[in-house]
Design a protein around this ligand. Structure first.
Ligand code: PLP
Length: 479
């Protein structure tokens, strides 16, 4: 399987070659040259497989430059009950992404039972093992540099800790993450993990990362890498749980399901789109946003109008506070019939801070089966309260975005009541304690082993928002 760029001007290359990089040389995102097709017989063969075997069935169609035995070993090492063990009462950790039934044909698909309690662990843990494998094969090392306001940074650190050939330099805004998120990251004592608390806001940290990445000499000399949300390895890993969820709630391949996906960078729901393109019988993909509703606007109007930092709201579902959905270009490439020139034309305006409109493609858009909606802070608080009252289940604010939009869609009179709806649970409530206290007046239960995480010794550097300071730090630690 070769990978091509959404902008059509980069040579096709193999999986291992795109794994360690970011954007394609022409500025586009990588996608497989075609989507492998899983037939009805394939679906029947996959039904009943455990998560590891299912993951191998799917990923081996997309990753063919790693020998099958090695790929199987990497997958088996990643998707273990011990790694994804923070389950709710009654769930089986062996399922890796167990479902939780709320009522007839309404389920949560739990994607946040991994080490950092958010769905990013689903992909990042695999990425950590893939990185280690590929770097070792090539006798290379990498210095991963990133900026985080919470979920991505901690998922990356837990995935890369102790990995040979990998160092992680993770910048975060000093004293601006929640106490729990801070403790999760800063309590890691591994020699290859460097937490850097930047005296500034998230954008200052992000600017430092961009400045270092734009210095191509420094980047090459110090092998600066990234694990941001456009990484194809992350998307591909996420395709698997759509299949797992489908098989969990259906009895035969003639049945279809809906998925509701709390969305920001369009990474999670992009994997759902790809699952459908590979043959998974999906009825609707319900894209749920918070007040940062750029994607909702697109699916309702055909206008994609990313917003700048000044027009991006801080909300109680902070991991979705994104106004430029970095993976969206992957879907648009398919929408325009895989025409790289058309994508270049559309993004020539986006890359300059503009918008685009594809009114003429609205009929095609409808064929892809997306619906969308958005939620407000008040909606989330109400959804959390109602879910607790009705089902005795506590959900986090991001999952509440998904459930709120899903319920609105389910309430449409024309909607077929026989189709199961799976709402993707993207974080556990313990991760966003303060918001749960506001909603319910009580602190959500935490996995017992994390109870005193705030009291553990912390390892971090405080740094001015200075590009030279971070460069000096990387140079020193690379010796
Ligand atoms: C990252 C994240 C999201 C958004 O996922 P995208 O792939 O960016 O659309 C939603 N919820 C939580 C908890 C997250 O960490």
């Amino acid at each position: 399987m070769k990978y091509i760029s959404t902008r059509g001007q980069s040579p096709a290359i193999g999986f291992s070659d795109i794994l360690l990089g970011g954007l394609a040389p022409d500025g586009g995102l990588y996608l497989p040259v075609h989507y492998p097709q899983l037939s009805d017989a394939d679906l029947s063969a996959m039904r009943g497989l455990n998560y590891r075997d299912l993951a191998f069935y799917i990923l081996s169609r997309l990753i063919d430059d790693i020998p099958a035995v090695d790929l199987k070993a990497i997958i088996d090492k990643t998707y273990r009950a011990e790694v994804y063990g923070f389950t709710r009462a009654g769930q089986n950790a062996e399922d890796i992404t167990p479902t939780l039934k709320l009522e007839h044909n309404l389920y949560l698909l739990s994607l946040s039972n991994g080490p950092t309690l958010a769905f990013k662990d689903m992909a990042m843990q695999l990425l950590g093992n893939l990185f280690e494998y590929v770097l070792k094969k090539r006798n290379e090392t990498t210095n991963i540099l990133g900026a985080t306001s919470g979920d991505t940074g901690s998922a990356a650190e837990y995935a890369m800790r102790g990995k040979e050939g990998v160092r992680v330099f993770m910048l975060s805004p000093y004293q601006k993450m929640s106490r729990f998120q801070t403790a999760q990251m800063f309590s890691l004592q591994d020699d290859n993990i460097f937490n850097i608390a930047v005296k500034g806001v998230f954008d200052d940290a992000q600017d430092m990362v961009k400045a270092v990445s734009n210095d191509s000499l420094f980047k090459a000399k110090y092998k600066i890498g990234a694990v941001n949300s456009i990484n194809w390895g992350r998307i591909v890993a996420q395709v698997v749980y759509y299949f797992k969820g489908y098989f969990a709630v259906t009895q035969n391949n003639a049945q279809k399901v809906d998925f509701a996906v709390p969305s920001g960078n369009f990474g999670n729901v992009c994997a759902g789109h790809i699952a459908r393109m590979m043959g998974l019988p999906i009825n609707k993909l319900v894209v749920a946003t918070n007040e940062n509703d750029v994607l909702d606007e697109f699916f309702k109007t055909g206008i994609y109008r990313p917003r700048g930092a000044a027009n991006t709201y801080q909300t109680s579902s902070p991991s979705m506070d994104i106004s430029k959905a970095s993976n969206f270009e992957r879907f648009v490439y398919d929408l325009v019939g895989r025409d790289g020139a058309k994508v270049r034309e559309l993004w020539s305006s986006v890359d300059k801070g503009g918008a685009f409109e594809i009114k003429e493609l609205l009929p095609q858009l409808a064929d892809y089966g997306f619906v969308s909606g958005s939620s407000s802070h008040a909606n989330r608080m109400q959804t959390i309260r109602e879910t607790k009252a009705k089902y005795n289940v506590v959900i986090d604010t991001h999952t509440a975005d998904g459930l709120k939009v899903a319920l609105h869609y389910l309430s449409q009179p024309q909607r077929n009541k026989d189709i199961p709806m799976l709402v993707l649970e993207t974080a556990q409530p313990a991760k966003f304690e303060d918001a749960i206290v506001v909603a319910l007046g009580q602190v959500p239960e935490r996995p017992a082993s994390l109870n005193n995480i705030e009291d553990l010794p912390q390892k971090f550097e405080v740094m001015d928002a200075s590009v030279d300071a971070i460069k000096d730090f990387i140079v020193t630690k690379s010796q």
